[in-house]
Write a protein that binds this ligand. Structure first.
Ligand code: PEP
Ligand code: MN
Length: 344
């Protein structure tokens, strides 16, 4: 990681730096921060001669070498002071809540519009709604691109930023062009490195876009989760939010094995904010409020909760795990109280 003395390198300096690292088989990836731009050395940065030559340049402050598989997302990285903002919330400064339907029903858009209004009323900061859906059963509803218009209309009506899952490369452009500012990587794709790279490339120069990266059902070591975030950040936009959402094998009775308790462990390793999804973790509406509060107690920066004005009329996961607006409002209220108590 190259730290310049000024807020960024000029084009002549960048060309000189590029020429040096290229000689050693590396390349440079600028990462634009709020205060200054830092430059990641992509490739094997252990060559002493390369480091010495870079350190010898008059306009370089220092070279940080972090021996970590996730040198940008690592807590020791110079990005550790980077803050991610969605709408008017800077994560870490107040509890951030994304809420909304699992799956937008394109045949009944009013349910989503009403849910969006209710979610806003309940105090959520951003709206979620599934357009494309990863479904275990290939014969069930797989989502519909028409729902993208419904999602954006709900965003216009409420003024909320929207989050939706992208499952393949083509979805990324469709979502970004429509105005989606939070791309969700689902649990099934958290280990899909070509999709992670495609997202990284698409948003590398789009600092207003964030990624909600779910933890894979099959992820074990925490390094695997943080490294998946690094795949995205490596293209220049480090706005990656980590989202534990339960893993397998399941805890008998729950949909998955709740994993909000990994939050403090993640926070020891990475500066990335943690937004826990209690809905997919426990998988049943009656268990969600307690799981949400547990996540806050464990130090989560936010929550991603499925909600619906009339869960029984919803599709996808909504009939079983969506909260009604009143329960959502109460959960958010209690979660914010707890956030204040535990951050005091
Ligand atoms: C979802 O958010 O509706 C979803 C499918 O999530 P996950 O990828 O965590 O299963
Ligand atoms: Mn869902």
């Amino acid at each position: 990681m190259i730290l310049p003395k000024s807020s960024q390198l000029n084009s002549v300096q960048l060309a000189e730096v590029n020429a040096i690292v290229t000689e050693f088989g590396c390349s440079i990836q600028p990462i634009v921060g709020a205060v200054r731009t830092i430059y990641a050395i992509v490739g094997d940065e252990r060559d002493e001669l390369m480091i010495n030559r870079l350190e010898g340049l008059s306009y370089i402050d220092r070279i940080d070498r972090i021996q970590s598989p996730f040198k940008l997302m690592d807590k020791r990285s110079d990005l550790a002071t980077h803050r991610i903002t969605v709408g008017d919330v800077t994560l870490g400064e107040q509890l951030f809540v994304i809420a909304g339907a699992c799956t937008i029903d394109p045949k009944n858009p009013n349910y989503f519009y009403e849910t969006a209004a209710a979610v806003k009323e309940a105090g959520a900061n951003a709206l979620r709604g599934g357009v494309w859906k990863p479904r275990t059963n290939p014969y069930t509803f797989q989502g519909d691109v028409k729902s993208l218009d419904i999602l954006m209309e709900a965003s216009r009506r409420t003024g909320l930023h929207v989050d939706t899952e992208v499952m393949e490369e083509a979805h990324i452009k469709l979502a970004l062009d429509a105005g989606v500012t939070s791309l969700q990587v689902g649990a099934r794709n958290a280990l899909n490195y070509s999709l992670l790279r495609a997202i990284g490339r698409a948003i590398g120069q789009r600092p207003e876009v964030v990624v909600l990266l779910k933890r894979s059902i099959h992820m074990g070591p925490l390094n695997e989760f943080i490294s998946a975030a690094e795949y995205i950040a490596a293209f220049g936009n480090p706005n990656v939010i980590l989202c534990p959402r339960g893993t397998t094998p399941t805890l008998d009775g729950y949909r998955n094995h709740p994993d909000e308790s990994i939050t403090p462990l993640l926070k020891e390793k990475t500066w990335a904010p943690v937004v826990v999804d209690p809905s997919h973790s426990v998988g049943k509406a009656t268990y969600v409020p307690a799981a949400a509060l547990a996540a806050v107690a464990y130090g989560a920066d936010g929550l991603c909760i499925e909600a619906h004005v009339e869960p029984s009329k919803g599709i996808g996961d909504d009939p079983k795990q969506a909260l009604t607006p009143d329960v959502l409002a109460k959960t958010i209220r209690q979660a914010r109280e707890l956030w204040k108590l535990t951050r005091a």
